[in-house]
Design a protein around this ligand. Structure first.
Ligand code: NAG
Ligand code: NAG
Ligand code: NAG
Ligand code: NAG
Length: 627
């Protein structure tokens, strides 16, 4: 027997990519975007002194339920919320009910839609919420998921948290106690707070949005981890990043800037669905800020929030729960014990592990990072002295594109340097590092203000550290870009220990014992001597820099240096522009004189398609390389 044919609504053209799509925007979406504004009557809750949050008497938790036309789903969702353990906290419930869209006006259908809405309203009105205030917001027209999410919350303080649930979710009775512990540990405990964290998702992580990204693989001991992607099946939002997002969205929307992020599956959704969905906007924002979400890994497909993937606009028929609800009976570990931040791993949109916060301030700290960073025993040191911020960020996008990760940035202490380390790039704080080498090499402190001397000495000592581990080191500035990734890994003539570029500051030191011996015995003391006597160093000048000095000293000592003519494999950008036809045939890099200002360089690189930063100064693309 063949059962009655199911009638899918037209929007199901999406169904092929349904699973992934629905992961981020599952319950429904409207057929048009409306700019309905509404005054959101967020009720100020009375600050109640909370003995469990001694530092946060104003802590406020609001549940935001986004509903549409599925009474059964909504009632299951609300019942699970009401069955949770809220300790003795006051918890508010805000329910947003979207209106049906006009569609065709066949009066029978209209009556049934009206009737459906009224039954939902009747149900939520009668629904008893004894933990705090209940607020119902019934919309006058269909606004869709984007407005439902975005307009659900404007944080009224930095102590207000929103937990957003769509109507076909069901939560575990333990969910609140868990979220509360998370907030306590990762928001209110200063030693575990990170400004990069925007919230926590209770759904089981399954989706990697970066094309060609890694599979999600975690060891069984990992209960919590950080991951960039937002999860829409039970998402806790922290107030500051959300407010920041709303303002960012406002600006971009108003200026007509689209949330395109190349290399992401979600950008394809946006191109199809446009303003019916909200996640591409949020994902673009998260990418530009380098923020992260907290996720759980409870094993055996368990989670504190599950989606029933109920029949609706997206599912022709109910797909059933995506995970198993974790409750007391299946609890076989200590759920509320929170690890320190430093024990947790961080993953980007490719599910590639990133390591935020590596700021190197001493020779010892450098030693412990070198091994982790090196590839084929080679490390690229990128000097940020005098570099412009946008040119630096553009270079890092090229590193991502080319799958180059064996680099360490070094530069004077600055907001940029700290921001780069927060985003996972290893950095050497040259000021601290300089003081550290000064401490045991007794370099006269009267030179500590000369940036050039600092730069020269830091570079010399960084190479010394590398040689200590027999690692090869490249020393480059931000006045170049790599077109291909093979430059640094090519077999290099092994009869030479030192390579020096003829035109600019490319410098290579082989990790050999002869190089080490020469560097440590002869060169370092000579460099130190030279900078000690400032008369011998013509300060400042483009001609005098680290590579120039090192090469000169090596020549004086009769050390063999390989002079490399970069023009044979690179394109030079001059003040008058780039000769486009000089690209191609095996060119590996472009470079330019430091005298060309950052704006001009940006223009020239834009012309050559090598400027890959967007208007937020973040990479236009996410590029995953399967590891
Ligand atoms: C709690 O809120 C009140 C009123 O806004 C404010 O005066 C007070 O400083 C807040 N307390 C803390 C610890 O933030
Ligand atoms: C209802 O349908 C009729 C005929 O198709 C149309 O003229 C009318 O404008 C529609 N009314 C609404 C409110 O959409
Ligand atoms: C804050 O976090 C640290 C590190 O995890 C921990 O040792 C400390 O006990 C926490 N403080 C409180 C008040 O929980
Ligand atoms: C541009 O480069 C090509 C190939 O290197 C060369 O033949 C041509 O003369 C160059 N044009 C100019 C204007 O420099």
């Amino acid at each position: 027997m063949v059962g009655p044919k199911r009638h899918f609504l037209p929007l199901l053209f999406l169904s092929l990519s349904a699973f992934f799509f629905l992961f981020l925007c599952h319950s429904y979406f409207s057929s048009h975007n409306s700019n309905t504004n509404f005054i959101h009557s967020l009720q100020k809750s009375n600050p109640i002194a909370n003995p469990r949050f001694p530092n946060s008497p104003n802590f406020t938790f609001i549940i935001k339920v986004l509903a549409f036309n599925r009474l059964d789903s909504l009632s299951r969702c609300l019942r699970s919320l009401a069955a949770a353990d809220y300790l003795s906290d006051r918890i508010h419930l805000h329910i947003y009910i979207d209106h049906f869209s006009p569609g065709n006006n066949d009066s029978l259908q209209l009556d049934s839609k009206l009737d459906g809405s009224h039954r939902i309203l009747g149900f939520v009105d009668a629904f008893e919420w004894r933990f705090g205030e209940k607020l119902v917001h019934y919309r006058t027209e269909n606004v869709g998921l984007q407005a439902q999410w975005l307009e659900a919350w404007w944080p009224s303080s930095d102590d207000e948290f929103a937990f957003v649930v769509e109507d076909d979710l069901e939560v575990s009775p333990l969910y609140y106690k868990f979220l509360r512990s998370l907030i306590m540990n990762f928001y209110y405990n200063a030693s575990n707070f990170s400004p990069s964290v925007y919230g926590a998702s209770l759904q089981r992580p399954r989706f990697v949005p970066g094309k060609h990204g890694n599979k999600i693989q975690l060891d069984s001991g990992t209960r919590l981890f950080f991951y960039q992607i937002v999860g829409t099946w039970g998402q806790l939002l922290f107030p500051k990043p959300w407010k920041e997002f709303r303002l960012w969205y406002d600006k971009h929307k108003a200026k007509g800037i689209k949330p395109f992020l190349d290399g992401m599956v979600t950008t394809g959704w946006y191109k199809k669905m446009g303003e019916r969905i909200w996640t591409p906007w949020f994902i673009k924002f998260i990418h530009s800020r380098g923020y992260f979400n907290i996720y759980t890994n409870f094993l055996r497909e368990r989670a504190l929030s599950v989606s029933h993937r109920d029949a609706g606009v997206n599912y022709g028929k109910t797909a059933g729960p995506d995970s198993q609800l974790l409750d007391e009976t299946s609890l076989d570990f200590s759920l509320f014990e929170m690890p320190p931040l430093s024990n947790l791993k961080w993953y980007d949109f490719c599910f590639r592990e990133v390591h935020p916060g590596r700021v190197i301030g001493s020779v010892d700290e450098l030693g412990s990072i070198l091994y982790a960073v090196q590839k084929q025993e080679t490390i690229i040191f990128v000097s940020l002295f005098g570099a412009s911020e946008s040119v630096t960020r553009n270079m890092l996008c090229h590193f991502e594109r080319l799958n180059i990760w064996n680099y360490i940035l070094m530069g004077p202490e600055s907001d940029l340097l700290l921001d780069l380390s927060r985003r996972g790039h290893p950095v050497i704080n040259a000021d601290k590092f300089f003081n550290n080498i000064k401490a045991y090499k007794s370099i006269p402190s009267r030179y500590s203000n000369a940036e050039l001397i600092k730069e020269i000495l830091v570079k010399a000592y960084v190479i010394k550290s590398c040689l200590g581990f027999r690692y090869n080191s490249w020393m480059v500035d931000v006045n170049m870009l790599f077109i291909r990734s093979d430059l640094f890994l090519e077999t290099i003539d092994p009869t030479y220990d030192f390579y020096v570029g003829k035109n600019f500051k490319l410098f290579y030191v082989r990790g050999s014992s002869s190089a080490k011996k020469f560097w440590v015995d002869d060169l370092l003391s000579k460099i130190t001597e030279m900078v000690d006597d400032s008369r011998k160093v013509a300060l400042p000048g483009d001609g005098i820099h680290f590579v120039y000095m090192a090469a000169k000293l090596m020549e004086q000592k009769g050390v063999r240096i390989k002079r490399v003519d970069e023009t044979s494999f690179s394109v030079k950008i001059g003040a008058d522009g780039v000769n486009q036809s000089s690209f191609g045939d095996g060119k590996k890099m472009v470079f330019w004189s430091t005298e060309i200002g950052p704006n001009l360089i940006q223009m020239q690189l834009q012309e050559s398609g090598m400027w890959i930063l967007d208007s937020d100064s973040s990479c236009m693309a996410v590029v995953c390389h399967r590891s």
